[in-house]
Design a protein around this ligand. Structure first.
Ligand code: AMP
Length: 294
């Protein structure tokens, strides 16, 4: 497995790849878990050669977020990736990726500021910009993202479409722990007990998804006002539960990520973001996101 730390070495590696080979790319911020690995395995199955990147992208963090604290363990990540027989890992330094005072960013005029973008102002523009840059550098045939970050996946697809980029965007389902909590590098901020408590929000989301599906089975469609009141009921249940503060809970049209006016099975997605407050003295809050396609 090649470890590439500069754009130059990546370019050198890439230029030696036989042009008839299909190259797959899996971008990550490291501290790898089974969610990341599911993407790598899928990429391996569907291509001839897999490149993974590990880069904690400062551009997507806003002031006061956890850029410095973000969990990192390069040695372990490399061990895992080499066991999976990944061909190359690109681990650029910040100065390789950005020059000072660059004023260019990629944005989505509306969705960059909605849902997760409403409470994380730099998040999606930072992601779109770094993914565009990485795609130029790696030049893969296909790129892989998790459905865990649903809005991110949607925006990447939009960017690829809008900018006529010739790369296939593939996704893989959310990988969860045995209790149902979606795996995330940031789960490292939680103790085992806190992880057990944190799954409450997903359970409420799953219960809402089931209720909506059952209602739609009976009546074909759940009307707008009933949908609103079911969303409100679930939101309140989560908000009233100790440890949780809701950021948002929405039911969206999967094709546009606009609010669903009514609910029909197979066309919607529920997106949830919560703040979970830990039991330690500082009362740290960890932001968790999840979603269910229904
Ligand atoms: P990150 O390192 O958090 O930037 O994530 C890198 C990639 O892994 C993104 O495409 C994520 O959507 C994906 N990913 C993160 N967590 C999960 C999970 N639990 N299941 C599936 N994919 C995931």
């Amino acid at each position: 497995m090649k470890i590439l730390r500069s754009k130059k070495s990546l370019k050198g590696f890439r230029s030696l790849v036989d042009p008839s080979k299909k190259v797959a790319f899996v971008p990550t911020m490291g501290y790898l878990h089974e969610g990341h690995l599911s993407l790598v395995r899928k990429a391996k199955r569907q291509s001839d050669l897999v490149i993974v990147s590990i880069f904690v992208n400062p551009l997507q963090f806003s002031p006061g977020e956890d850029l410095e604290k973000y969990p990192r363990d390069e040695k372990n990540d490399l061990k895992i990736l080499s066991k999976l027989d990944v061909d190359a890992v690109f681990i650029p330094e910040q100065k390789e990726m950005y020059f000072e005072k660059s004023q260019i960013i990629v944005t989505h005029k509306t969705l960059s500021k909605k849902y997760c973008g409403a409470s994380r102002p730099n998040f999606f523009d930072g992601i779109l910009t770094v993914v565009l840059k990485l795609l130029h550098m790696v030049n893969p045939h296909a790129i892989y993202f998790g459905k865990k970050d649903y809005q991110q996946l949607f925006l990447i697809r939009e960017m690829v479409r809008a900018l006529d980029m010739e790369v296939a965007v593939h996704s893989a389902p959310t990988v969860r722990d045995k209790n149902g909590l979606a795996l995330s590098s940031r789960n490292a901020y939680l103790s085992d007990r806190e992880k057990e408590q944190a799954v409450f929000a997903y359970r409420q989301l799953a219960a809402l998804a089931l209720e909506l599906k059952n209602l739609a089975k009976k009546n074909k469609e759940v009307g707008g006002s009933q949908l609103k009141s079911l969303l409100f009921k679930t939101q309140k249940k989560i908000d009233d539960y100790p440890h949780f503060r809701i950021d948002y809970l929405v039911c969206l049209d999967r094709k546009t990520l606009d609010d669903a006016k009514s609910f029909r099975s197979g066309k919607a997605v529920l997106l949830l973001a919560v703040y979970f407050s830990c039991e330690d003295k500082e009362k740290r809050e960890v932001r968790l996101i999840d979603n269910i396609e229904i």
